[in-house]
Design a binder for this molecule. Structure first.
Ligand code: C5P
Length: 237
């Protein structure tokens, strides 16, 4: 199904799909990294869990009218996606203050953002993915004004849909990161992954963390909480 390796990231490998022009195979790795790669570990089964979780969330978004790169899950750790040119922008949407925003701006933990707060980071490991503003994005990420507006409105729409989905699973969507890609036609669609690696997910009642923060902070068992997310997604569908 896959041919040449195009790119190896921290959590995924990307291959050209054999014999399928314009399609890629995303292969989810068992590796977990945090703090821009400073903390590293491998968890046997993490790749499968993120592949399965992402392969449930993307079709859900598609059903809500949001175009994504996802085509199908191929096997335990791989999925077929449309090839896009990734826009070097990490779009973060926050519903509740935690993580970097509390440290960066001194905003009190658990401050509710209503409307949700959107931040842009320039996707560049060597620079440590710095926070940027719109004017920086036009230059660094090569997006036009209207494309950036489209990206922002899609990110907020995705936030609405995912907040509803997770609420039915008794989970609060605290924040998350999205990446978008450009198709050969010029259309911008949702790319990359949506998983507990890229979202903060708290149990609605207990506020137990069911995401990568358990690894970042060393407060829990990553596989156990990712398994819990998958279990609740399965129960929901
Ligand atoms: O660390 P920070 O609070 O800025 O993260 C905001 C959200 O974006 C979190 O859900 C985190 O998991 C996600 N994120 C990510 N990849 C990054 C940075 C943040 O998935 N490189």
């Amino acid at each position: 199904m896959k041919s040449s390796l195009l790119y190896e990231g921290k959590a995924k490998k990307i291959y050209q799909a054999a014999g399928k022009k314009g399609q890629l195979v995303l292969s989810y790795k068992n590796d977990a990294t945090a703090f821009n790669g400073e903390k590293k570990a491998s968890f046997n089964g993490k790749g499968r869990l993120n592949n399965e979780i992402s392969a449930r969330i993307f079709p859900f978004l598609h059903e809500q009218g949001i175009e994504t790169h996802f085509i199908e899950r191929l096997n335990e750790t791989e999925q077929l996606v449309q090839q896009t040119e990734i826009i070097p922008l990490e779009v973060v949407v926050r519903n509740l203050a935690t993580g970097s925003i509390t440290k960066r701006l001194g905003i009190k933990e658990k401050t509710v953002f209503d409307p949700p707060l959107l931040e842009l980071f320039y996707k560049d490991d060597a620079l440590g993915d710095p926070l940027i503003n719109d004017d920086h994005a036009y230059i660094l990420s090569d997006v036009s004004h209207s494309e950036l507006q489209e990206i922002k409105s899609k990110a907020l729409e995705i936030n609405e849909q995912l907040t509803k989905l997770f609420a039915t699973m008794d989970i609060r969507l605290v924040d998350f990161k999205l990446e978008f890609g450009r198709l050969a036609s010029g259309c911008i669609i949702l790319a990359d992954e949506i998983s507990p690696d890229t979202c903060r997910l708290w149990d609605l009642t207990t506020e137990e963390k069911l995401d990568k923060d358990v690894f970042r902070q060393g407060t829990g068992d990553l596989l156990e909480v990712y398994e819990e997310i998958l279990k609740r997604l399965e129960a929901n569908q």
